[in-house]
Design a protein around this ligand. Structure first.
Ligand code: V47
Ligand code: SF4
Length: 372
């Protein structure tokens, strides 16, 4: 293995010796343009854990409401209560969305929404019960730490009891959103109404204590500095060393259309590959790094498999958050498209469940567009 940027040599030695990187190493990586050197180191770490395997999941996204009291400046999805295009799915609408795909071998339902002040805790428990009724075998990955905090507040049950109620109703794991970038400066400027990072970490600690796993994300490509990115990753690594409750890390590339930051440029190929590779290098106690094709596009996500990512996320089927903010990627991919992207990058495609166990796939897979 070689690096071209001599400033990366000490990092190269640490990676080989399986030693954790520190803040200065993280800054050096972000400031280097030796994308191949960074990628080779991340690929080395990725292969040490996962060999030639690259994962994907057959999942369906379900967004239950777009009304959101937080109105983060970077978000095009959340709307005021009296805005014209709001929606909140009732039980029948949830049933209809799930039943429309009932012939597909979906193993995970990914559920997130805004903070709609009208909805009581019972709405969320009913939502989980409806999903469980229609998809009894699927894993329900639902509600970011922001929604969990909101539910603990409106139910006045406190975090542990709220999580216990949700778990009893079928919640099995949490998606990673909500921390954005763990910096008070960015919080005050972009998402002042939403919980800050200390509370986000506290919620995650409680979630892990309850025996639920969770993902973690970082929203990059807006006003954050390299130092703030590295601090974010180090804060995640530190909680993980306490709880070991995180499953995957997903860098989320900011999309500006229809947001309060619409003047910003989109992320570049270097930004996207560095986000994946540097996460792989710093988060040495995270098992998985996802290249989320919805945000960075299928081609960059595929390339990211050689830059430290081991997972392309999934079929998704109907993505709303990034598409409302201008994403031009497909709203879903089918398993054969995901398999092809992985195989063409020289990796072995593994369809996984939510806990990274391989899913046996026998017989033809039926999907809306036909049989594959
Ligand atoms: O926290 C909002 C992000 C997140 C924009 O755990 C935006 O597997 C880009 O949590 N441009 C929610 N991103 C999504 C999320 C997620 C997504 C995929 C996989 C997983 C997982 C979790 O969406 C929010 C926020 O960071 N977001 N607006 C935007 N304009
Ligand atoms: Fe609401 Fe989440 Fe959008 Fe913020 S990012 S406005 S919390 S839906």
């Amino acid at each position: 293995m070689q690096v071209l940027d001599k400033h990366l040599l000490p990092i190269f030695e640490k990676v080989h010796a399986d030693r954790s990187l520190d803040f200065e190493d993280g800054l050096r990586l972000y400031r280097s343009n030796d994308i191949i050197g960074i990628g080779r180191m991340a690929d080395f770490m990725r292969r040490r854990r996962h060999g030639n395997r690259a994962y994907f999941v057959y999942n369906q996204h379900l967004n239950y409401t777009n009304i959101c009291a937080n109105r983060c400046k970077f978000c095009a999805y959340g709307q005021d209560q009296d805005a014209p295009d709001t929606f909140t799915l009732d039980r029948e609408a949830v049933r209809a969305k799930l039943l429309s795909r009932i012939d597909e071998p979906i193993t995970e339902i990914h559920v997130v929404g805004g903070l709609n002040p009208e909805l009581p805790l019972t709405y969320y428990l009913d939502l989980l019960a409806t999903i469980r009724e229609i998809r009894p075998k699927a894993t329900i990955k639902a509600f970011t730490a922001v929604e969990i905090d909101h539910l603990a507040a409106i139910s006045r049950l406190g975090l542990d009891a709220t999580i216990a109620r949700l778990k009893a109703a079928g919640l099995a794991m949490l998606p990673g959103g909500g921390a954005e970038v763990m910096s008070d400066r960015i919080h005050d400027r972009l998402f002042p109404r939403k919980i800050g990072y200390r509370r986000w970490l506290e919620v995650m600690r409680a979630v892990h204590r309850a025996g639920l796993s969770a993902n973690a994300t970082m929203l990059y490509g807006h006003i954050e500095t390299d130092a703030e990115r590295v601090e974010h990753l180090l804060r995640l690594r530190s909680l993980q060393s306490e709880t070991n409750g995180f499953s995957a890390f997903i860098p989320l590339a900011f999309h500006a259309a229809n947001t309060g930051l619409s003047h910003l440029h989109p992320t570049t190929g270097f930004d996207d590959l560095k986000a994946v590779a540097i996460a792989r290098l710093i988060l040495d106690n995270f098992a998985h790094i996802k290249a989320y094709w919805v945000m960075i596009g299928e081609k960059t996500a595929q390339t990211a498999l050689a830059f430290g990512a081991d997972d392309l996320d999934g079929t998704i089927i109907e993505e709303k958050i990034t598409h409302t903010a201008g994403a031009v990627t497909a709203k879903g991919l089918n398993p054969s498209q995901l398999r092809r992207l992985i195989a063409k990058a020289g990796f072995k495609p593994v369809q996984r469940d939510s806990f990274y166990q391989p899913v046996a796939t026998t017989g033809p897979t039926v999907r809306a567009g036909g049989i594959e």
